[in-house]
Design a protein around this ligand. Sequence first.
Ligand code: SF4
Length: 264
Amino acid sequence: MKGMIFHTRSFSVHDGPGIRKSIFLKGCPLRCKWCHNPESHSFECEQVNSTQQLGSKCFDQTKTIGKLVSIEGLMQEIRADIPFFDESGGGVTLTGGEPLAQPLFTAELLRSCKNEGIHTALDTCGHASTKNFERTIEQTDLYLFDLKLASANAHKQYTGVDNRQILQNLKLASDSAKPIIIRIPLIEGITDTNENLEGIKSIIASHKNIIRIDFLPYHSLAKHKFEMSNKNYSLSQMENYLLSKAQAIADSFKGVAPIISIGG
Ligand code: SF4
């Protein structure tokens, strides 16, 4: 079985416990206005143009983003990192894009890791059919689950889909007793409003097994990536989110989960 990825990264320390191998799957059904991985959106290989500056000279180059890989090919890469996982309590994190948008490949890769005793984390926006979400539950040790907007309408406006299926899948994860880290992007005037944050607090209060909340303050690094891929970026004027504001929001969530952090 083959899947489309756009990146792998060894020695990740922000995508779950310990030292991790992060596998970035290509393709996402959402279009969050603040997305900083536009290269992850399409399910196909893409060519993007970029300009490299060397001294006073500029060179145009074309890069291919996306690679079809087999489970066994990836497992060979993953096995090379097992000593680091064992030493640090780490493992493999599937991220993207949206891993659940390639449900059979994701489920099989998680199963292959579990068969070799490797800890697995699934970083997901939660948008998948119930059947596809359920495929992952047995093989996932930890969910990194995005909660962006509490209102179904606002979710549709800013990400392209409403959040009903997402919240159903969060409940499935919660009922499965797997630990969940909730990830909340902080986007000025969109996700950081009192109304939205209070809505997210009530969603979290109605679920079990949420061990941590990570706030992810907006950063503007994506602008350059959108330019490279000739895609329109509607937040091109937005500045980096102020850390002092992120801290105040994190403080207001004290007690909502055992650990509250900024940056993930
Ligand atoms: S779910 Fe993640 S990868 Fe998909 S568009 Fe939103 S931020 Fe980007």
